[in-house]
Write a protein that binds this ligand. Sequence first.
Ligand code: BGC
Length: 564
Amino acid sequence: MRYLPKKWWHDAIIYQVYLRSFQDSNHDGIGDIQGIIQRVEYLKSLGINTIWISPHYDSPMDDNGYDVKDFFTVSPDYGTLEDFKQLIHVAHKNQMYVITDLVLNHTSDEHPWFQAAKDPNHPEHAYYKDFYIWHDPKQDKNGENTLPTQWVSWFGGPVWEYVEALNQYYLHIFSKKMPDLNWRNKNMKKALKAAIQFWIDLGVDGFRIDASNHLEKNWDFPEGKPGYEHFSSLPKHHEYLQELGRELFKPNDLLILGESGGAKRQEALQYAGKDSHEFNLLIHFEHCWADGDDTNKKTPGKWAKGTIDLAHIKQSFAYWIDIFKEEGFHTLFWHNHDQPRIVSHYGDDAKYHQRSAKMLAMSLYLLPGIPIVYYGEEIGMTNVDYEQLSDFRDVEVFTEYDNFINNGANHGEAMQALKDRARDNARTPMQWHDGPFAGFSKVTPWINVNGNKTTINVQQQQTDEHSILSLYKTLLKLRKEEDLAYGAVDFYNIEDQNTFNTLVSGKHHDYLMLCNFKDTPIKQPMDTLLDGAFTLYLHNMPTTPQGSSFEPYEARIYRKKSEK
Ligand code: BGC
């Protein structure tokens, strides 16, 4: 990709801030924009140059801001428009970029558009009704009204919600407080484009497009349960994205990150290939749930934790890196705000906490592509330590808990599934120090701080050259020096379920990265791997490792002796 005209984002090292949980500056228990401003220096010291913030718009917060009530204002929870402008100013002054989440698939049910749409007596009802997706009830064999289809929402339960005043159902593929927008309505598109232009004019450098592959629906509304294929990745959603690309994204040189689970090579390039007008970077999730258990019927789907299929994780990286080789940029990340914390998920958050967190970082951050570090990952923050259902906050948790119990799970099994997989795991307050509320706030936060803040926090790791945080700094610096965004990688023994071994090619050197992904010792064929050409460069052990025996989660990076 070096031959392409250089764009600012080719050197991006992105940090995803979950706004609600990063830093509370006004001590109301909720993270905010001034909080991010206070931490710009911290992010700079980490080696970050691009901040992605989760939705900052006014919202009833049913889904922490993904339910937008007003696209033109900042949520009072997070600050004011002035604060937002200041963030852009401070970031730019520090040679950093800001990208925000853009929610285009749905609004809040409290958005004025929906308020008008659902109320036949509203003066603008006729105009706004078609901004959303409505369906008449169906009749069962007894003549009783039933749901239009059996489609299931991503948060569990039906996608249809009845509005008596209209004797119709509206479609919501997420929570019932998030009605889906009708992208076939030209006025709706125009209104959304005005909102996008507003933030561009304020100076944002890009967007992450939320739920981007769901914009089009199958308007024949065929039957199906769960029926995901009727509201996911339908061809026409590309047209909508291209329209935005042509009119707004390309002319303003924005970095556009889009998410789409399930895309394969051809569609991936359609989204984010070098000639695409849709995104610049595609976020897919193929490596994110590589430890499922199809036999678990009580807490099924993403909630069922099984054995890690490491071969699948490596194959997924190899596949995606290959797709974008010479055709675009690969997006490099372990997880976002919708998946469990990586050290708890694929590592060990107890006995081998530090070592496995470092191993996970070493295996990921030498790979080609544009990296996204998720807040708290750089200190090895873990899944929640909650014991009560009432400790959880996420809208999806409560529907799913009931589903688990209905499926025959007992309370303990249901709680375990939540503790392993719920999205709240990755949304607890940032652990800045070991004092009250981990330095996130001076008052009880909206979601409890993890009790392990006493041992896992920024302050402690900042002064420890062997900390996870220090390793992140080293790795991100190495990425820059070696231009690893443009690097190349070969995976060794990709089918092997124990090792994550790669040969990475940087601008100046080649690196051999060898990891034991398991909690038991293994042996590696060192003579063959090193072939006398490499010396040890970095490792995650308390003392310099030698020989062919790798301790649990041990990782070593060797550097080729000869420079290029
Ligand atoms: C976001 C989720 C959100 C959902 C609905 C996803 O793409 O990542 O956090 O709940 O969209 O907006």
